[in-house]
Design a protein around this ligand. Sequence first.
Ligand code: UT7
Length: 323
Amino acid sequence: MPLRSILAGCGGYLPERVVTNDELSRTIDTSDEWIRERTGIRQRHFAAKHETAAFMGTAAARVALADAGATAADVDAIILATSTPDQAFPATALRVQAELGVSRGFGFDLSAACAGFIYGLSVADGMIRAGQVRGVLVIGSEVYSRILNWQDRGTCVLFGDGAGAVFLRASSGEDDDRRGVLSTHIHAQGTLGDILYVDGAVGQPDKPGHLVMNGREVFRHAVTRLAEAVEEALAANGLKHGDIDWLVPHQANSRIIQAMGKKLGLPPERVVMTVDRHANTSAASVPLALAEARGDGRIVPGDLVLLEALGGGLTWGSALVRL
Ligand code: UT7
């Protein structure tokens, strides 16, 4: 039997502090009505000083390992997707490795903005299928509150902080032959780098960097690229729209999420929506949404789940997973 990656556990972490639209509108020229109507967002979580990408990623990873019935000894690799690392180096993944007490294997950070978790899943699945590793933590962890431009009301109301994680386990067992990561597809178009980016980095003098976005352009590309990614995933597996049990999409805007659900012919209750409470947590959004719907018993073992995301780069992709 060929090796495949079983999604054995998932977990999430959200900072304690909740910030409502009304709270933001006290200092920013915006309103609860505008934010809710355009995006579906009602509130977001903002990290305290100690809640860094490593801190939150570690917390989410612990929940994912416990959910999988695994321990630090089962972890061969940690792939952590983030645009807001604790430091330029060591990788945030290695801060997590140390905190978890994982004493072997390897880890690295992955930069693909909001599509980072899908990219991480794709890399981890490839390594498992190649027989290189048996247990991989894939984490998305973000503190976008630290890179928002508070003078730009078009972006600063859209994002939140948090982390999500999954633990993938190699399997060649016949019992598992229907379960696992069935496919991943990842894409990028660097020529669209100027519609969503951070205008600085540690490598640039005096420019820590803030998020800049042409929302309308990103919206336009999101609708078409994500629809293509979904069709690509179905075609690669010989599946039709009606075969999908759940859509767990990137949580940027409820209008984009609803459009994707409609395209797949899924009723709204089969589309996992967290953007109303989490806002856009970038690479953390898909694993956080997955952890929520697994945790509350909506998604159950055997369900066929389609994950998709699009972000700065432009980067986008999809993953089809049978839980
Ligand atoms: O995670 C990566 C993927 N990201 C996405 O997928 C985001 C995609 N884009 C979007 O979700 C939407 O484009 C936004 C939610 C960002 C913006 O919605 P929109 O309907 O495209 O609005 P807009 O940017 O075209 O702005 C419409 C109006 C403008 O006023 P005028 O020029 O029409 O008078 C803005 O100045 O809304 C105004 N506006 C605001 N008003 C109150 C912009 N931001 C705000 C605000 N509060 N926070």
